[in-house]
Design a protein. Structure first.
Length: 273
C-alpha cells in the first residue's frame, strides 16, 4: 500500500512535458483559427474588437508565445525520449528504402505546398482568399477609422483636425468620465486607460466639435457649459462683459440670448471662437 502511494506521488517529467506539448498545440491551432478570421488591424484597434474577452493584439501575443512554448516543450520531449525516438527514426529510415515511391510522393507534395503558397496560386490562394473574406466582412459590422490607424494620433492632432481647441477637449473628456492628463496622449492609450475604444473617444470629440447644435442648448446654464462642455470660464466672463450683462453663471443661454437679441446657438458659436 505504501509502495503504491509513493509511486503515485512520483513526478513524471515525460508525462508532464507530453501534456504541455499537447495543450500548447491545441492552443496554437485554436488561436491560429481565430487569427485567420479576425478583422484587419485598422478596424480591430479602432473599435477595440474582442473575441472571448481578448483583443487582436492579445490573440497575436497568445499565438506567438504558444508557438515558442510548443517548440521548447518539443525540445524537452526529444531530450526525455531520445533513445526511443532514435531507435524509431533509425528503423523507419531503414524501412524507407523499401518505400521509395511513398517517400518521393511525400517530398513532391511538400514542395508543391511550399511553392504554391509562395506563388499564391490555387488552391493555396483560395485558402487565403477565404481568410480575407472573413476579415473584410467585419467592415460591414464595425466602423473603420476616418484615417487608417488614427488611434495612433495624439488628442491634440485629432481635435485640431476637427477645428477644435485641445484644452477644451481635455476638460470636456474628463468631465465625461474619460481620464486624460495631456493633449499629447495618443487615442489608443487614452482608450486603453479608460477601458473603451478609440472610436468612442473620437465620437465624443466629434459630437463636441462637429458644429452641430447640442440638444437642449437653450436650457443649459453657463455653469453647465463650463463643467460639461469644457467652455473656458474666462470666455464666459468676457461674453457677459461684452454685452453689458451682469455675470450670472446660473443664467441659461436662452435667458442670455433673449436679453441681447440673439439665439442660443449664436452664443454657443461665439464661445467657440
Amino acid at each position: 500500500m505504501t509502495a503504491v502511494k509513493r509511486k503515485e506521488k512520483k513526478w513524471h517529467s515525460r508525462g508532464f512535458v507530453a501534456f504541455l506539448m499537447a495543450l500548447s498545440f491545441i492552443g496554437l491551432v485554436f488561436s491560429g483559427i481565430i487569427l485567420y478570421i479576425v478583422p484587419p488591424g485598422r478596424i480591430a484597434q479602432w473599435t477595440n474588437w474582442k473575441l472571448l474577452g481578448l483583443t487582436k493584439t492579445q490573440w497575436e501575443s497568445l499565438h506567438t508565445n504558444l508557438g515558442y512554448a510548443f517548440l521548447i516543450f518539443a525540445i524537452f520531449h526529444i531530450y526525455y525520449n531520445w533513445k526511443s525516438l532514435y531507435n524509431y527514426v533509425y528503423r523507419k529510415a531503414k524501412h524507407a528504402f523499401y518505400l521509395k515511391k511513398e517517400l518521393a510522393v511525400a517530398t513532391v507534395l511538400t514542395v508543391v505546398i511550399i511553392v504554391g503558397s509562395a506563388g499564391n496560386v490555387p488552391p493555396f490562394k483560395t485558402v487565403m482568399d477565404i481568410g480575407d473574406y472573413f476579415k473584410n466582412s467585419w467592415e460591414k459590422k464595425l466602423q473603420s477609422p476616418p484615417i487608417p490607424h488614427m488611434e495612433l494620433y495624439s488628442l491634440k492632432k485629432v481635435v485640431e483636425d476637427l477645428k477644435g481647441d485641445p484644452e477644451i477637449a481635455l476638460k470636456y473628456l474628463n468631465n465625461r468620465g474619460i481620464k486624460v492628463q495631456s493633449v499629447d496622449e495618443k487615442l489608443k492609450d487614452i482608450a486603453a486607460k479608460n477601458s473603451t475604444s478609440p472610436e468612442h473617444i473620437y465620437d465624443l470629440l466629434k459630437e463636441r466639435f462637429s458644429g452641430k447644435q447640442i440638444m437642449g442648448l437653450g436650457r443649459m446654464t453657463f455653469e453647465e457649459l463650463i463643467e460639461r462642455q469644457g467652455v473656458s470660464e474666462k470666455k464666459v466672463k468676457s461674453l457677459f462683459l461684452k454685452y453689458g450683462v451682469k455675470m450670472d453663471k446660473n443664467m441659461t443661454l436662452r435667458e442670455f440670448s433673449d436679453k441681447i437679441g440673439k439665439t442660443p446657438y449664436e452664443i454657443w458659436e461665439e464661445l467657440q471662437k
